[in-house]
Design a protein around this ligand. Structure first.
Ligand code: NAD
Ligand code: TYD
Length: 364
């Protein structure tokens, strides 16, 4: 198995949750890395504090900018002659895409197109030996499963939410640039991520923070939907492998096998928070509030990642049973981080979103 070695790397969305986990892994893992540039617009979801640990690394540079800005992206490619792009910048929250999908079409579709267009012009048609474009996507592009089965890389794209549709559209553009222009692109489709530095609008950090603060834990519908949970550091390792060993034109699923219904997971979080704060058992469970279900809520996602295991040597090594208590502990110990990412925009969205569904998710 030949190994590709990234030297001059562009990471889009590196100030977000997974992007910042990936930047930490890439700087530690890639031998011979000369430079790593993060391009991030710092939307409500991006925060430079997420990159504080690597800010002094001489190989690292942060550029605040928009992936839809063609002249900016072209200038960065001309300045740094990237051999590898890890494309993580996206609007990533399903609930926001249901409220208004404009930003999802702009960033996830048009922004991805801009990066592809600049990369193929800069790299030319014979880049397979010397360049890689890793497109970071989601298992949500495949649609919803019933209680049994798993998505494979051959499952048809059948997205439900506008978020999932925008990611599926971006996957199709990436595939078309591989087929049409020979762009050496690899697509990765990963299940739900968890770990430190995830914005408390996604299920796990939201429930941890609300449990700690004595606020309602808003479970959609009856909480029966099932998600597969992978630690962001395992995902980051997978993305490194996708560049090092992935075959251009191929798609790889990354998963963990750790499935849980939402209610089961929220209950575990509630108990962990009570234990960590020394409160009587059942305190946080009593905060669970069933609220109006998400529109067109996908019942279950799960991926078969045997292709990534066999062809890339990928294996998620962090089990939810071990990492959930650590994740809870991280959010409880990092109130400064929670304050740093709690913007007014975020608070406004949370208030409006939960007020209408019979819960009180937003800040009082
Ligand atoms: P996130 O919302 O935490 O971070 C997204 C980052 O992209 C932010 O830093 C934001 O500022 C930046 N960004 C948004 N629009 C931009 C633009 N126009 N130009 C430049 N930067 C912009 O998201 P995340 O959870 O870290 O997800 C990262 C990627 O992984 C996304 O592509 C997402 O679709 C994919 N993914 C996420 C999950 C998950 O469970 N979170 C699972 C599978 C795949
Ligand atoms: P989320 O973290 O938004 O990820 P995704 O929609 O990409 O899977 O949600 C995970 C699951 O948790 C999903 O089934 C919706 C549910 N959920 C709730 O029940 N309550 C909440 O407040 C949120 C944010 C999500």
């Amino acid at each position: 198995m030949s190994t590709f070695r990234p030297r001059r790397v562009l990471v889009t969305g590196g100030a977000g949750f997974i992007g910042s986990a990936f930047v930490r892994r890439a700087l530690a893992r890639f031998d011979g890395l000369d430079r790593l540039v993060v391009l991030d617009a710092l939307t409500y979801a991006g925060h430079e504090v997420n990159l504080a640990e690597v800010a002094d690394d001489a190989r690292f540079r942060f550029v605040r900018g928009d992936i839809c800005d063609h002249p900016l992206v072209a200038r960065l490619f001309a300045e740094d002659d990237y051999d590898t792009v890890f494309h993580l910048a996206a609007e990533s929250h399903v609930d926001r895409s249901i409220d208004a999908a404009d930003a999802f079409v702009r960033t996830n579709v048009a922004g991805t197109f801009t990066l592809l267009d600049v990369a193929r012009r800069a790299w030319g048609p014979d880049a397979a030996a010397s360049r890689r474009f890793v497109h970071v996507s989601t298992d949500e592009v495949y649609g919803a499963l019933g209680p049994e089965g798993e998505f494979t890389e051959d499952s048809p794209l059948c997205p439900t939410s506008p978020y999932a549709a925008s990611k599926a559209a971006s996957d199709l553009f990436v595939g078309s640039f591989y087929k049409t222009h020979g762009l050496p692109a690899v697509i990765t489709n990963t299940c739900n991520n968890y770990g430190p530095r995830q914005l408390p609008e996604k299920l796990l950090p939201l429930m941890i923070v609300h449990a700690a603060e004595g606020r309602p834990l808003p479970v959609y519908g009856e909480g029966k939907q099932v998600r597969e949970w992978i630690h962001a550091d395992d995902h980051a390792d997978g993305l490194c492998l996708a560049a090092e060993r992935g075959v251009p034109g191929e798609r790889y699923n990354f998963g963990s096998g750790d499935e849980s219904s939402n209610l089961e997971l929220v209950t575990r979080v509630a108990d962990l928070v009570d234990a960590a704060l020394g409160r009587p058992e059942g305190t946080a469970r009593a905060q669970i509030t069933f609220v109006e279900d998400r529109k067109a809520h996908d019942f279950r996602y799960a991926v078969d990642c045997s292709k990534a295991k066999e062809q890339l040597g990928f294996l998620a090594s962090r089990a939810l049973a071990d990492e959930l208590p650590r994740t809870v502990a991280w959010y409880l110990a990092n109130e400064d981080w929670r304050r740093a990412v709690a913007t007014d925009e975020h608070a406004r969205f949370q208030r409006a979103h939960y007020a209408g569904r019979g819960g009180q998710g937003g800040r009082p």
